[in-house]
Design a protein around this ligand. Structure first.
Ligand code: BES
Ligand code: ZN
Ligand code: ZN
Length: 502
């Protein structure tokens, strides 16, 4: 989607609508103050009467009735001025966008909320975040709808302050790349599962490589057998489709590449340990980790992040067939450790075990971050609000939590502990793939993954329950969320600036 910029006096602005900020203290600052002055104090009078709520999520539209070239002012609540965050700017912009788009406005201007004369946030970051908010709110998956609306409103970021010209330029570039990381991931997750087998996911990666100068390598079944990816192949045994290991490289700097490993289960029926009908309903989203990695790689390439980054995606289908792997089977993968597969629905950890071992040993990636819709247990612990983060390197965990907050994607640290590892022991193999205990499932799964890595700094993001949402939010319509994509982009931007350290 095209994003434009406009700079100049408010009196000269010709637009259908302009989004401006209002704070909980009923303060009209920046572009809102200019609009108020041009309307002879009408906005502050309305605010004094309590007619313009400043709380996050509110959007109040005032028609200017010919007194301004801009026909509507949309005041979006940013909460208390002292507690302003980038995420609030993102959500407030989305609320304004949704309100105006629902009214049928086709030309939406938005002030640089939080930085236009309010001097609270860095103008570049504020401009970037405004664009993210608007583009995330504009997202629709309507490919299969007869009534799809092709006429999206046009977004113009506006500032009356000349010194913000450069901030606007850079903000648009970065904000659009980050928002499109998310919307690219959303499109993949929303795609019906029959349309997106592993080879189609690999095609999407090849497309990114061709468009953005990434290097893409796809390993198919024969190659995977040769390299010993037996755990990954075991999961795919019930599928009539070829599996794919997708490796996507961005060469932007010196030194070892950061590894982003995404779970790509294109559909998870549970296999012979089959899920219930209800449990299967969102399982086209079991490649949400893979989608986040692909979306992030697209933005990392577009932004030319000065760092080497490699995305690794094991892509399979977990289906039921006479050839499916059976509970009780023992399989040895890339790392040479044997696994007793007691529940075929705990498949994500099996494909990740091979991918992580390969990422560390063969590709020598460091640090390694994996992202996966891994356990119902993590979803039950944290609900649809937080993802779980586990890690062997405290600095990496802290960094992920920080950049997650900045992205509006929250993570809560969960424990890795040898005692959970003990629960994954079996007398007849090196490990089993379920603990057999009803509790502690998220940490047991994380310790299972840990067993396939050596000393490389590693973090694991469990985003089960976050890749598809059943609630409509201004910045995220019901359906695929693209959760994690912007966190991974921001992680790489942050690592490019300040390395990981010890
Ligand atoms: N893909 C699921 C995890 C999941 C559950 C994601 C709900 C999104 C929403 C995963 O493969 C799975 O089925 N895990 C099992 C593991 C169990 C059998 C040890 C689970 O969490 O129930
Ligand atoms: Zn499963
Ligand atoms: Zn799964």
């Amino acid at each position: 989607m095209a994003v434009k910029s406009a700079l100049g006096k408010l009196e000269d602005l010709r637009a259908e609508a302009l989004i401006v900020p209002v704070y909980a203290e009923h303060e009209l600052l920046g572009a809102a103050a200019l609009a108020d002055a041009a309307l002879d104090g009408a906005l502050s009078e309305l605010a004094a009467q309590g007619g313009i709520p400043g709380k996050i999520g509110s959007a109040t539209v005032v028609h200017t009735l010919g007194r301004l070239g801009c026909r509507r002012i949309c005041l979006v609540g940013l909460g208390s001025q002292d507690e302003l965050t980038l995420d609030k700017v993102r959500k407030a912009t989305a609320a304004g966008w949704k309100r105006l788009a629902d009214e049928g406005v086709k030309d939406i201007h938005c002030a640089v909320l939080g930085a236009s004369g309010e001097a609270l946030l860095e103008p570049v970051q504020a401009a970037e975040t405004v664009i993210e908010g608007a583009l995330l709110a504009a997202y629709r998956y309507d490919r299969y709808r007869g009534d799809r609306d092709l006429g999206q409103p046009v977004l113009t970021v506006y500032t009356p302050f000349g010194e913000q010209r450069e901030a606007l330029r850079r903000g648009i570039e970065v904000g659009r790349a980050k928002a499109e990381a998310t919307t690219f991931a959303r499109d993949l997750v929303n795609t019906p599962p029959s349309e997106l087998p592993p080879v189609a996911l690999a095609e999407a990666a090849r497309g990114l490589a061709a468009d953005h100068g990434l290097v893409c390598t796809v390993l198919g079944e024969d190659e995977l057998r040769r390299l010993g990816f037996e755990l990954m192949l075991a999961v795919n045994r019930g599928s009539g489709q070829e599996p794919a290991l997708i490796v996507l490289e961005h060469r932007g700097g010196q030194g070892p590449a950061v590894g982003l490993v995404g779970k790509g289960v294109c559909f998870d029926s549970g296999g012979l340990s089959i899920k219930s009908a209800d449990g299967m309903m969102t399982m086209k989203g079991d490649m949400g980790g893979a989608a986040a990695v692909l979306g992030a790689m697209k933005a990392i390439a577009e932004l030319k992040v000065p760092l080497n980054v490699t995305g690794v995606i094991p892509a399979v289908q977990n289906l039921v067939d006479a050839n499916s792997v059976m509970p009780g089977d023992i399989v040895t993968g890339v790392a040479g450790k044997s696994v007793e597969i007691l529940n075929t629905d705990a498949e994500g950890r099996l494909i990740l075990a091979d991918a992580l071992a390969y990422a560390e040993r063969e590709l020598q990636l460091s640090p390694i971050v994996d992202i996966a819709t891994l356990t119902g247990a993590c979803m039950r612990a944290l609900g649809p609000i937080y993802g779980g983060v586990f890690g062997t390197h405290p600095g990496l965990v802290t960094r992920l939590r920080q950049v997650g907050l900045q992205s509006g994607e929250k993570f809560w640290e969960m424990p890795l502990d040898d005692e959970y590892g003990e629960m994954m022991k079996t007398p007849i193999a090196d490990l089993k793939n379920i603990s057999g205990d009803l509790s502690g499932g998220a940490s047991c799964a994380a310790m299972f993954l840990r067993a396939f890595l050596g000393e490389t700094p590693w973090a694991h993001l469990d985003i089960a329950g976050l890749s598809i949402s059943d609630r409509d939010k201004a910045w995220q319509p019901k359906g695929a969320t693209g959760f994690g994509a912007r966190t991974l982009v921001n992680l790489c931007l942050s690592l490019a600036k300040t390395g990981l350290g010890q």
